[in-house]
Structures are given as C-alpha cells and as structure tokens.
Design a protein around this ligand. Structure first.
Ligand SMILES: *Cc1c(COP(=O)(O)O)cnc(C)c1O
Length: 445
C-alpha cells in the first residue's frame, strides 16, 4: 500500500517572506546559467509541494492558486486518489509503448472519452502527450479522411507551439515571431468577439463563412478548427448561435468540425465540454490539460468512421497514452464525478460573476466580465473606452503575485486577466483570492 504524506499545507494563503523569497531568488539565479531564456516564468517562486488550491514555495510561503497550472489541476493538487493510482502504476510498470504491447488503462481512457464527449454516435480515440500533438493529429486525421488540404482557424486562436500548431495559432509575439516558415493551407477568418464586434452569433458566423467560401472554397476545406471558448486569446465566448451556425455549415459541406477543448474541457465551464452549452456535436474533440490531473496526456476523440479511416500505423508515438498518465486520467475523472466538480464549476461561476461585476461597477477600467463556469476573465481597458489596457493587466498580475495569489494574463492585446481556479477551491479561498484581485484592480485604476 502506498503511504500518503500527512497534510502539512493547510488551506490558507500565507506570505512570510517578500515574494519571490530568498531561496526562490537563488534558484532563479542558478536557472539563468542553464535554462533557455526562451522559456519564461510568470511568477518566479519555486514550488516545493502543493495541496488543494495551495502551493507552498521553497521559502515556506503559501500561495493561492487561481491558475491551476493553466487549467490543468482542476481537481486540485496532490489529490489522494490520484497520488495512489499513480504510485501503484509506477510500481507496476511505467512504460511499454502502447504500440508495442498494450494495457487496459489506455482502452479505459478511450471508453471514458467516448462516453463523455458530446454525441451518442460511435467514437474512437487516440492518445498523445500534449495538446499541440493532439491538435496536429486531429488535423492529420481530418485531411486524411476528407482528402482535402485546407484548415480554417480563427482570429485570437491558440492551438500550440509546434510547427503546424504555430501556423494555427493567431498571435505573433511570443508564439511565432522568427520561427517560420510555417505549415501551409491554414486560413484565418474572423472570430465572434461580442465585446468588440457587437455582432450576433448568426452575423459573425455569416461573416466567417462568407470569407471561407470566397477565399478558400468549401470543397477544399478539410476542417474548421475552433476553441469553443478561446483560452490564450482572451477567454472570448462567441455570441450565442455562432458555434451552431458554423457546425451546420461544416455538416452541409462535408467539412470536419474540430472543437479544441484542451483548455475548456472536463467540467471547467460548468458542462463536461464547452460545446455542450449550445448542444453542438463536433466531429472531433481534442483534449489535454484537465484530462489527467497534471500528468501529460492528450486525446483526439472523433466519429469512428473518421478516426478509423487512417491506415494502420498512421497514428501513434512512443509515449502517447503512457500508463502512468492513463491511470491518472481515470482517477481524475472519478474525482470529478464523485465530487460533482462540473456542478461546482457552475457555483464558482456565480461567485466569480457576482464579485467581478460588482468590481466592474466600482472602477472604470473593466470593459467586460465574461466566461463560463470557472473559466472567467475581466478585460481591462483605458477608462471609459474599449481600448486595450495591457499595462493595467500587467500591474494587476504583479500585485496579485506580490500578495501570494497566482493570476494569469492572456489575450491578443495582453489586457485580459483570466481566472482558472481549481474546481475544488473552497468558497473562503475564492473570496480571499477575489479580495486580492479587487485590491489589485483598484491599485492600478
Ligand atoms: C494549451 C492549449 C493547447 C496546447 O496544449 P499543449 O499541451 O501546451 O501543447 C492547444 N489548444 C488550446 C485551446 C490550449 O489551451
């Protein structure tokens, strides 16, 4: 039996040194000699252990985590069920390569993905290590199944940092600058961004479809690839009707509709998947982040006829669906069900909106409060305008971090503060974090 470490973390934020503390600063100096400058840190505190929604750094500070490692540890840190499942699996075997000799947990994860992703049609999955790898494979499969080349993506999209996914990602700096040439046959069309474009979902969909038909031609399109709620691009929730209209167009033209649910999936938005809010049934869903409680695992789940159209051996990878990551996913999904975390995300949504809307009435730099479930953001603007205010966002993140709260910025214009708390966060912890965030926003107003 695995023995679990006694809890020594507690549930409260507690800052006992300046942040970053002396030990973190020493580690940061050490890292400068050996870690590429291309890899940066949002917050240079070095973590020693973590539990629930609290990270403990090497100086003993207890930090409140409102980022979940970018929507990964939705079930919280060091969840006993996950620790036990992973520990047992490490002791049993860590790797065989599924393509060499298979094991049950891979199959079980694919059964779970078939059951949880939208639609009751026959589905098949393939497992990978990262979100980018899942997106690349979804595009490979769509091209193979349709025999067509073009992939449609959207303004503000983020799909990863590999060569193909850089091409799919919208923002130049820091993701693409100087890293080209990029993969071809990728076409970008306008997203629905209600705060800035004021269009209905139907109007925004018509604008995108018109551009696809004019510039690409439906019969050349393999896939429309979209984040149902954009993550890095600024937590942009498209206007109602936008996703259903796009999905209907893809069905009509034999185009594969790929929903990139890597950030928005697994209960984060108050449904298992963000497309569930509008009853949209994608042909392929890509998943990663929240899937395996922090172990690297990603999935491509799609209509069986699409997924099985690929020739034998056409998909795979050495580590994809690694057994330790697979049992972690099974444990994480059990925890999500047992603790009703999808429902909990809806409760968090109402706490977040109440608090942030009240704050937005009080200050003049919050242009928009938006999101679903526990995926909620504020868009910061120059007072009384819609002009992006990236300096304010930077100041807010700095203030939060200085006070032991992890808050993340995002957005094409760098002016959005996104909250992605672990779904197990307590009401008291969330109130504490929102209190610091409110002080932060007031401090830069
Ligand atoms: C994070 C993310 C990716 C890339 O995932 P990695 O695991 O970092 O490769 C792709 N799509 C979306 C929507 C993401 O949020």
């Amino acid at each position: 039996m695995v023995s679990l470490r006694e809890s020594s973390v507690g549930t409260e934020r507690q800052v006992i040194t300046e942040l970053p503390g002396p030990k973190s600063r020493a580690l940061q100096a050490r890292r400068a000699h050996v870690v590429s400058a291309g890899v940066t840190n949002g917050f240079t505190i070095y973590i020693d252990r973590a539990e629930g929604a609290i990270l403990v750094d090497v100086d003993g500070n207890h930090i409140l985590d409102l980022g979940s490692g970018i929507a990964v540890t939705g079930i919280g840190h060091a969840v006993p069920e996950l620790v036990e499942a992973v520990s047992r699996q490490v002791a049993a075997f860590t790797h065989t390569c599924f393509m060499v000799t298979p094991y049950e947990s891979y199959v079980e994860v694919c059964e779970e993905l078939a059951a949880l992703t939208p639609g009751s049609h026959a589905k098949a999955s393939a497992l990978f290590n990262s979100g980018a790898e899942a997106v690349e494979n979804a595009v490979k499969i769509a091209r193979h199944a349709t025999g067509r080349p073009a992939v449609i993506v959207f303004d503000h999209a983020y799909h990863g940092r590999t060569n193909l996914t850089m091409a799919l990602t919208a923002k130049n700096m820091p993701y693409k600058d100087g890293f080209g040439p990029f993969a071809g046959e990728v076409y970008r069309v306008p997203m629905s961004y209600p705060f800035l474009d004021g269009l209905t979902g139907a109007e925004a969909a018509q604008r995108a479809i018109h551009q696809i038909e004019l510039q690409v031609g439906a019969r050349n399109v393999a896939a429309v690839l979209i984040e149902p709620i954009q993550g890095e691009g600024g937590f942009i929730v498209p206007a109602d009707g936008f996703l259903p209209a796009l999905s209907a167009w893809t069905t009509q033209h034999g185009v594969v509709f790929i929903a990139d649910e890597i950030q928005s999936g697994f209960g984060r938005t108050g449904e298992w998947f963000a497309v569930d809010h509008e009853g949209v049934i994608p042909d392929i869903v890509t998943t990663a982040k929240g899937l395996a409680g922090g172990m690297p695992l990603a999935g491509v789940t799609g209509r069986a006829e699409l997924m099985n159209s690929v020739h034998e051996g056409g998909l795979g990878g050495t580590y994809g669906g690694n057994p330790v990551a697979a049992v972690a996913a099974l444990a994480a999904l059990r925890v999500m069900r047992e603790r009703n975390l999808v429902q909990r995300a809806r409760e968090l949504e109402s706490i977040l909106f109440d608090s942030l809307n009240a704050l937005a009435r009080d200050v003049n730099i919050i242009g928009d409060v938006r999101g679903r479930g526990a995926m909620v953001a504020i868009e910061l603007v120059e007072p009384g305008t819609k002009t992006p205010n990236a300096a304010a966002a930077k100041g807010v993140v700095q203030y939060c971090n200085d006070h032991g709260v992890i808050a993340l910025a995002c957005g094409t214009y760098g002016n959005v503060i996104r909250l992605l708390p672990p779904l197990i966060i307590t009401d008291e912890q969330l109130a504490d974090g929102l209190g610091v965030l409110a002080e932060a926003v007031r401090s830069v107003s």
